[in-house]
Write a protein of this length. Structure first.
Length: 250
């Protein structure tokens, strides 16, 4: 089974990103942030809580939670179609390595607090889920359809991609984030690490696209356009998920 751990996290890099965020320009989606309030990052905590709860369930013999929720390309083949696995796989992790889920949740905690405050709760949740779907699409197109994949890495790489785009578009420093992303992407190709780089790449590209939509449609008058662009992106991902409908392999 291919594991999807993110890799290396750099708290110092994150502090630098916060410190170098542009102060002469409005924060991304300021109105959305005000609407969500300045309280605790509830969505981030909820995602972490759900993921850890699922992990505990995975440890219970007989439930077969991992097997029921993981994703592989075979589940997108007609006759064996279970498309919901493209999202449920984001919430399951390798039970043989607790470091897998802990590292992913630590990364989610870091980027989640930052992005949920910038984007607002619903936009942040949309980003996470759409990026997770994009990660599964990456697995579908770039990986062996018989190999199962688990982990939140695709969604978390999507958070990184969105943050990178937002920082660059608003004039913030991105050098350290580029280094962080580069290290984590390279880890996915190192033999023996058993990392689903396909999910990382799919999530990263999808998250970057969502971030671009957010930052380019942040005006109140553009909110309807923002929603439609997100819907269009999801539709594209769903069409791509029909790969084996159009290109049968068995």
């Amino acid at each position: 089974m291919t594991q999807g751990a993110v890799g290396v996290i750099c708290p110092e890099c994150m502090r630098e990103q916060r410190a170098s965020a542009p102060r002469t320009k409005p924060a991304v989606l300021t109105r959305a942030r005000a609407a969500a309030g300045r309280g605790a990052p509830i969505v981030t905590y909820a995602l972490i809580g759900i993921t850890l709860a699922v992990y505990v369930l995975q440890l219970i013999p007989g439930l077969a939670v991992t097997e029921r929720l993981l994703y592989a390309g075979v589940y997108s083949i007609p006759g064996n179609l279970e498309p919901w696995r493209m999202l449920t796989s984001v919430f399951v992790h390798s039970t043989g390595l607790i470091f897998h889920v802990l590292l992913n949740m630590y990364t989610l905690w870091i980027f989640g607090q930052l992005l949920e405050g910038l984007l607002g709760r619903w936009r942040f949740l949309a980003l996470y889920l759409i990026a997770g779907l994009g990660g599964s699409v990456g697995v579908l197109w770039l990986s062996d359809p018989r190999v199962g994949v688990v982990g939140a890495s695709g969604a978390i790489f999507g958070l990184m991609g969105a943050f990178l785009v937002i920082q660059r578009r608003l004039g913030g420093q991105t050098t350290q984030l580029f280094i962080l992303l580069g290290i984590n992407l390279v880890i996915g190709f190192v033999p023996g690490f058993n990392v689903a780089w396909q999910a990382h790449l799919g999530g990263l590209v999808t998250g970057a696209l969502v971030g671009l939509i957010y930052v380019e449609t942040r005006k109140r008058s553009q909110q309807t356009l923002q929603v439609w662009l997100l819907i269009a992106l999801v539709v594209v991902l769903l069409v791509l998920s029909l790969r084996y409908v159009f290109f049968p392999v068995f």
